[in-house]
Design a binder for this molecule. Structure first.
Ligand code: SAH
Ligand code: SF4
Length: 389
């Protein structure tokens, strides 16, 4: 399997029923080319960028810095589209999950996690995921396709709509940070993710800085350096096991890119320093990877890598093959890692009551029958075979 062979299994219609093209997700250069193609000046792209990405406008009629005939011309040829919100769920702890339907009917989820004076949006990069990490609900989803850049940026724009944050307030916004930790493996959809993040980072628009963006990967080794070079966002690596024996089982991508290669790619991640560390995510699975010996092996494995460790209590989902480690085991594990000099916060599970916590995202129904469990086993077997080939 190559990092690119997941690219658009099928491509979204880039136009609506009236043949009008969606402008969201185009780079600045592409937007300029569009303007020229309909006989408008190149600088219109700059004006549009401001309306679309700074003001959040979806209606050309509102774009009052453009003359009326220009607005009409734009409205004839283009749209500024949003996905449809199919569900808007709010957890008791304030976390919100939006189930979004794309024009082809596929659905993805994004999750907003508010804190006191800031907030993080967890963004999806694919419908489902081609990988089958055993603890992850997304990995049991059969249907997989890449999201295009428009669909990735649109998740951020939609969240801004829902939070009422247009034009972006300079301070104290509730959408201040982004984590690419929703559905999918972002480095298997690198081109679209990169294009979308460049739009999100653009200072004249959504303007979320690279320091506030974290991309999480299961360890797609060949794409890590490029991601650091081109985007320079914070990197999180889903580690979850300290030996190849265990990681091969719980994260089948390890059979392709084993720990030695992964750690080497981490050491070489561009821009790494003590001020800019890699976050290693470690899901705590009862009796599987949570012993003091595992904690000591983890410390050893990370030697020489500027690292933080994020301990994630396993978020259970119906039919999951694992259980969450006990609070005591997590504490003992965390103390060992801490005493070795690594920050190791335990991530508080958020939004569990609406199935919005890490690894619970899957846009299908939740209650499982025996037949569904068998179907999931079949999906995992099929995807694992594809990974091995
Ligand atoms: N595909 C990417 C990003 C999405 S998953 C990746 O794997 O890194 C975001 C994080 O949630 C990853 O660290 C993932 O391993 C973790 N995760 C998956 N399932 C989980 C679960 N059930 N409980 C807790 N964390 C989980
Ligand atoms: Fe995919 Fe990440 Fe889930 Fe693994 S943990 S199946 S890579 S989304």
């Amino acid at each position: 399997m190559s990092a690119s062979n997941h690219a658009s299994a099928f491509v979204l219609p880039a136009t609506d029923a009236d043949g009008r093209k969606n402008l969201v997700g185009l780079s600045r250069e592409e937007l300029e080319a569009e303007m020229l193609s309909v006989g408008l000046e190149k600088f219109r792209a700059r004006q549009l960028w401001h309306w679309i990405y700074h003001r959040g406008s979806t209606d050309f009629a509102e774009m009052t810095t453009l003359a009326k005939p220009v607005r009409e011309k734009l409205a004839d040829a283009y749209i500024v589209a949003r996905p449809t919100v199919v569900k808007d769920l709010k957890s008791a702890d304030g976390t919100r999950k939006w189930l979004l339907r794309m024009p082809d009917g596929q659905e993805v989820e994004s999750v907003h996690i508010p804190e006191e004076d800031r907030g993080t949006l967890c963004v999806s990069s694919q419908v489902g995921c081609t990988l089958t990490c055993r603890f992850c609900h997304t990995g049991t989803q059969r249907l997989v396709r890449n999201l295009d850049s428009a669909e990735i940026v649109a998740q951020v724009m939609l969240a801004r709509d829902m939070l009422g944050e247009w034009p972006a307030p300079p301070d104290g916004r509730m959408l201040s940070n982004i984590v690419m930790m929703g559905m999918g493996e972002p480095l298997f959809n690198y081109d679209n993710v990169a294009k979308a993040l460049k739009i999100v980072m653009d200072g004249d628009g959504i303007s979320i800085s690279k320091r506030r963006i974290t991309l999480s990967t299961s360890g797609v080794v060949p794409m890590m350096e490029r991601c650091g070079q081109e985007l320079n966002v914070n990197l999180a690596v889903s580690l979850h096991a300290v030996t190849d024996e265990l990681r091969d089982i719980i994260m089948p991508i390890n059979r392709k890119y084993p720990l030695r290669d992964l750690m080497e790619a981490c050491r070489n991640y561009p821009g790494l320093s003590n001020a800019r560390r890699i976050t290693f995510e470690y899901v705590m699975l009862k009796g599987i990877n949570d012993t003091p010996a595992d904690a000591r092996a983890l410390v050893k494995l990370l030697e020489g890598v500027p690292a933080k460790i994020n301990l994630i209590p396993f978020n259970e989902w119906p039919g999951a093959p694992y259980e969450r480690s006990t609070a005591r085991a997590i504490q003992v594990f965390g103390d060992i890692v801490n005493n070795a000099g690594y920050a190791s916060p335990v991530r508080t599970p958020r939004g569990e009551d609406i199935m919005a916590a890490c690894g619970q995202l899957k846009s299908a129904s939740l209650r499982m029958t025996a037949a569904e469990r068998a179907a999931i086993a079949a999906v995992i077997a099929e995807k694992d075979a594809a990974l091995a080939s």
